[in-house]
Design a protein around this ligand. Structure first.
Ligand SMILES: *[C@@H]1O[C@H](CO)[C@@H](O)[C@H](O)[C@H]1NC(C)=O
Ligand SMILES: *[C@@H]1O[C@H](CO)[C@@H](O)[C@H](O)[C@H]1NC(C)=O
Length: 260
């Protein structure tokens, strides 16, 4: 039976081949423990980790501590735990653009050093950002394409951080302390108004309006009261005036009678 013989030999060979593949992949595992979807390369002499478009929902573990550039763009990362970048002391570039980050605390970027000179946070879901983050980060930062809430806090952030030139027009107020700023570029808004004073001004105006309202109410009540009383007083006076002539006649006999 030559056919069966051939078939058996063939399947044995296939099985052996498969087996060696499995062994090989097991052997080489330690050298390639990079997170799924990540690729390490040497670019211009810098160790570069690319994890772009890898369907990541969080910052992957096991990024080598001598990584210079880290690309995490086009993923679905929603939040950064406090130790996400703790072991990356020489990181120079961090790209977190096109993710779903909704919040960024001081702790989120803790561990990143002065070496970081480029931080891309564009096209996320950031509404606000803690200004303390930029107290010890010197990185040029791209903040465009986020639904920013334009307020005093954001204005302070811009005072502290170094904005990536060219990304400024993409920073648009989705909402603002003043409604009319919605949809306007942030830098244009802060050129026109000081967002840290707007709040005080609006409360001042509100105060003035309510005070005026009260004042108007009090005045109108006073006017009404005085008028009402004038009317009453006049009626009373008229009544009194009309009285004496009739009363005097009727009163005289009675007083007389009492005297008598
Ligand atoms: C990375 O970690 C190793 C071992 O923990 C350490 O020897 C090395 O100095 C670290 N490299 C950097 C750049 O911190
Ligand atoms: C900032 O990010 C936006 C959106 O991702 C991008 O279009 C723009 O080129 C970036 N700006 C700079 C200066 O890198």
């Amino acid at each position: 039976m030559p056919f069966l013989d051939w078939y058996l030999r063939c399947s044995l060979a296939t099985w052996l081949l498969l087996h060696s593949f499995v062994l090989m992949s097991l052997c080489f595992q330690p050298a390639t423990t990079f997170p799924k979807g990540c690729y390490l390369s040497q670019e211009d002499g810098y160790k570069t980790m690319r994890c772009s478009n890898a369907q990541l929902t969080e910052v992957p573990r096991g990024i080598p501590n001598d990584t210079h550039r880290l690309y995490l763009d086009f993923n679905q990362i929603t939040y950064l735990p406090s130790d996400a970048f703790r072991n990356l002391p020489v990181l120079m570039e961090l790209d977190l653009s096109h993710n779903s980050l909704g919040r960024l605390d001081v702790a989120s970027l803790k561990g990143l050093s002065d070496n970081l000179h480029s931080l891309d946070l564009s096209s996320n879901k950031l509404v606000t950002i803690s200004k303390e983050i930029f107290a010890n980060l010197k990185a040029r930062t791209n903040l465009s394409g986020n639904p920013w809430m334009c307020d005093c806090e954001l204005q302070e952030v811009f005072r502290l951080m170094e904005l990536d030139p060219g990304s400024s027009s993409g920073i648009v107020c989705a909402t603002s302390v003043l409604e009319e700023h919605a949809g306007k570029p942030f830098l244009q808004v802060v050129k026109e108004v000081d967002l840290c004073n707007v709040y005080k001004k609006t409360t001042d105006v509100a105060m003035l309006v309510t005070m005026f309202g009260w004042f108007a109410m009090v005045i109108s009540y006073l006017v009404y009261y005085v008028r009402q009383n004038q009317e009453d007083a006049r009626r009373h006076l008229e009544y009194l005036k009309s009285l004496p002539s009739k009363q005097r006649h009727s009163e005289e006999p009675s007083t007389l009678s009492t005297v008598v």
